[in-house]
Ligand binder design. Sequence first.
Ligand SMILES: [Zn+2]
Length: 128
Amino acid sequence: MEHSDHREGLIVGNCHCKAVAIEIPFNGSFLNLRKCDCSFCSKRWAVVASVPIEKLKVIKGEDNLTLYQWNTKVAKHYFCSICGIYTHHQRRSNPNEYGVNIACFPNVDVRNYIDVPYVDGQNHPRDN
Ligand SMILES: [Zn+2]
């Protein structure tokens, strides 16, 4: 028997108020973890994993997502309009990828991700 809400290799994450739910592939670990030190991400202060655009699904509450864009307006940063939590963003460095807020997923202890490396967002490759 298959349970449609618990498919193998997928994980569901939520914003804080649970109005928004996203689903990504997951096989035991998040891929390509990073932080960014650009003016925006350093205020947001999130550890993000990488997911190919076509692999992330907003499975609940798409209408509750707010889009924030700044500077070149290439990256698309999505937040829950109710609780303010950042869920994911379409990357400027690679528009075929989403960065995903790993803290939205169950059983993530943020203390385990203190040593995740920073990418140099202050000297963004697309600014050269
Ligand atoms: Zn929310």
